[in-house]
Design a protein around this ligand. Structure first.
Ligand code: SF4
Length: 231
């Protein structure tokens, strides 16, 4: 095992000890997850869920959302923010899926490999690697590692990736460091670390369970190195 993989494993187990085994919210169908993830862009989980529930309440089926007046869709998802962008994005994806498949049933993705299913999802405008990975990992139970803004930030600070690596490059890179069977809990606990401790502006290094192995920790004196022996 190389040093980076060993570091990832140590981080994974430390976060399990600290936060416990995280549970993903109720699994959604692939189309539900796809729409929910588009709604989640640049907002928090609560606003995403409010907007998603409003959309589902306003339109009985995804076909109804697809064919609706764009202004009605925008109005129903307003709590998620950026509704003028997200509404058309959702309707375009639903239209493109319908045009290609003849319906909005994505269960055929279950018969594809992870790489095939990811490629298929990525060819739609508005579906990036994070959205595709969330649908794969949490709806289709196919292992993939979504990298959101928190995971991108903390993985850089923790030395799990080069600082200059893009978020697109970080997806396969971080996926290679964790065991596929641990992608779900690793993803969720790294997000929790980013939300609760390793804040964007003022990381709370004093109370971080990783401060002895983190190269960016503010708790060590300048010039000292992290304790690699604990990896
Ligand atoms: S030690 Fe500080 S910078 Fe490193 S992961 Fe923890 S909070 Fe973030």
């Amino acid at each position: 095992m190389d040093e980076l993989t060993a570091r990832a494993q140590t981080i994974y187990h430390r976060l399990l000890q600290t936060f416990g085994f995280p549970e993903w919210r109720k699994a959604l169908s692939p189309v539900d997850e796809l729409v929910s993830t588009i709604l989640s862009q640049n907002t928090n989980d609560r606003n995403r869920d409010v907007a998603f529930d409003r959309l589902k309440a306003a339109f009985p089926t995804w076909e109804d959302v697809r064919d609706a007046d764009p202004d009605d869709v925008i109005e129903s998802i307003r709590p998620a923010g950026l509704a003028n962008q997200k509404g058309p994005r959702i309707q375009t994806v639903l239209k493109e899926i319908s045009a290609e498949r003849g319906n909005l049933d994505l269960s055929f993705l279950l018969d594809m490999t992870v790489d095939e299913a990811r490629s298929w999802l990525l060819h739609f405008n508005g579906v990036g690697p994070k959205t595709a990975a969330i649908v794969l990992q949490f709806s289709l139970d196919k292992p993939d590692f979504p990298v959101d803004t928190h995971i991108y930030r903390v993985s850089g600070r923790l030395g799990l990736r080069p600082e200059t690596m893009t978020v697109e490059q970080a997806h396969p890179h971080l996926a290679s460091l964790f065991d596929p069977s641990t992608y779900g809990p690793a993803h969720l606990n790294l997000i929790r670390l980013g939300r609760e401790i390793c804040h964007a502006r003022r990381p709370n290094c004093d109370n971080c369970p990783l401060n002895d192995i983190c190269p960016s920790s503010l708790t060590r004196s300048p010039g000292s190195t992290p304790d690699h022996l604990t990896l």
